[in-house]
Design a protein around this ligand. Structure first.
Ligand code: TRP
Length: 461
């Protein structure tokens, strides 16, 4: 069964591919802009706490469920003998579809910016809306990006996903470290660092907490079964506990480094850090322009190339989930499945392509209760998927593991490949987190988020 489905070559291959899934636009685009809007260092603090205290145990659980069953997220629940609970996997597939449909648009922008930077077109930052509302252009980049993703996924686990991650992940780390070093040499860099690292507790509120939670889930690719799927290709000779620890560290580390790079950039330009989701697209071209034509083109192009690489290893994991589902459950051939699903997701992403200036209808698509401004179709999909479905998925997965599948079965899987796990502190901690902390905290935050975000009802502020 497992040779037929494919398997990662090695522990390192699994770690790099999964870190490749985790490290993406979420880290380099999403994290800095959320830190900027969420009051700086206080967001960073809460984010890191969520990553290690709540997300790490859930990630371990997802990988364990995947490896135990060697199935996609829907099949996994069936294989454990709990057909009724496979709705969690179905919810995950829907989330993955939604996420990829907007992620693909952001990835298309990154790719487009790479081309703009190569041409030395630094004005694109001021003409951001003009850029995003150029539908034919964005659609072309988007098709290119989706095709690259489908191509890699159709290559399978070892020669497609693992090989791409082994090449792209180290390149990404090198480029980002170089840019961090460069950012520190800029004037006012220290002001940026202060904003980023000195917490101001007066900025703490519920919105900061749930944004940090959604961001942590999104960044770690949690809550929709992506890691059940990747875990299903992980060898039963290897250790889940340490592998997942490396992945969490790598992901949080790269997000942290992206912040170290971004805030000196922003402050050196005398710009405000709370520019919202356009932060990197609007402000960075100006930073690159100030470097002069040669260096500006070089660093600017390098940066957006990096962003596109990071996005690619993530879109691959997003596509892999529904593709694995179609292969396992409908016995479709991998190549066919990959192109078919990619095509379907591209269709779903069309309203998001139109939602950034091109069509008034999709740009001002909904008005949530209790909020002043309308939201675009794409922003709505982001809210539904990231702030709502992912934490809900995490809550359901931990609840299922704790009370339906049972902790003892989880521990049994985690002992495989790790002789010191039994009776260890980490075993106890994961038990407490999965049984009590995760279902409870995630459940409460999910309810508070939905009430606040969509209905404007604030139970606590
Ligand atoms: N983690 C990726 C990022 O930070 C995005 C991503 C890939 C993702 N696969 C996922 C998010 C699965 C949620 C679920 O950019």
């Amino acid at each position: 069964m497992s040779t037929h489905r494919g398997e990662f070559n090695s522990k390192l291959g699994f770690i790099l591919a999964t870190a490749g899934s985790a490290v993406g636009l979420g880290n380099i685009w999403g994290f800095p802009f959320q830190v900027g809007s969420g009051g700086g260092a206080i967001f960073v603090l809460i984010y890191l706490a969520f990553c290690f205290i709540l997300c790490y145990p859930i990630m371990v659980t997802e990988v364990a469920i995947g490896r135990k069953t060697s199935r996609n997220p829907v099949g996994a629940f069936n294989a454990l003998g709990f057909r009724k609970w496979s709705f969690i996997g179905k919810l995950g597939i829907v989330s993955g579809f939604l996420i990829l449909s907007f992620y693909n648009v952001l990835a298309a922008w990154s790719l487009g910016y790479f081309i703009e930077m190569l041409q030395g077109n630094f004005e694109v930052g001021q003409k951001f809306t003009q850029f995003t509302s150029n539908v034919p252009l964005i659609a072309v980049y988007s098709v290119i990006f989706m095709s690259a993703t489908a191509f890699i996924v159709s290559g399978g686990i070892k020669s497609g996903i693992e090989r791409t991650a082994k090449l792209l992940m180290p390149s990404l780390v090198i480029i980002i470290l170089f840019l961090v070093g460069y950012a520190f040499t800029l004037p006012n860099a220290m002001q940026g660092i202060e904003f980023y690292l000195m917490p101001d507790f007066s900025k703490l509120n519920l919105q900061v907490v749930y944004s940090a939670l959604g961001q942590a889930f999104f960044s770690l690719s949690l809550g929709m079964g992506a890691l059940i799927t990747y875990g299903s290709y992980f060898s039963r000779k290897e250790d889940i506990i340490s592998s997942v620890a490396y992945i969490t560290l790598a992901d949080a580390g790269i997000a942290f480094a992206a912040g170290l790079m971004m805030f000196p950039f922003v402050f050196s330009q005398g710009l405000a850090p709370n520019g919202g989701s356009g932060l990197i697209f609007v402000t960075l071209p100006g930073v690159f322009a100030s470097l002069g034509p040669m260096l500006g083109v070089f660093i600017g192009a390098l940066f957006f190339l990096l962003l596109s690489f990071a996005a690619l290893t993530s879109t691959v994991s997003l596509l892999e989930v529904p593709v694995a589902y179609v292969i396992d459950e409908y016995k479709l051939e991998r190549k066919k499945a990959a192109w078919l699903v990619a095509g379907a997701i591209f269709l779903v992403s069309i309203p998001s392509i139109l939602a950034n200036g091109a069509s008034e209808f999709f740009t001002s698509f909904v008005h949530y209760f209790g909020h002043d401004n309308p939201k675009s179709f794409m922003a709505m999909v982001v809210d539904v998927a990231n702030s709502s479905l992912l934490p809900l998925g995490g809550c359901l997965i931990s609840f299922f593991t704790a009370y339906i599948w049972k902790k003892e079965n989880l521990n049994q899987e985690l002992r495989i490949g790790n002789e010191t796990f039994e009776g260890s502190f980490i075993e106890k901690y994961i038990g407490v987190a999965v049984c009590y902390l995760c279902p409870f905290i995630l459940g409460v935050l999910f309810i508070l988020t939905v009430l606040d975000l969509y209905f404007g009802i604030k139970i606590i502020t």
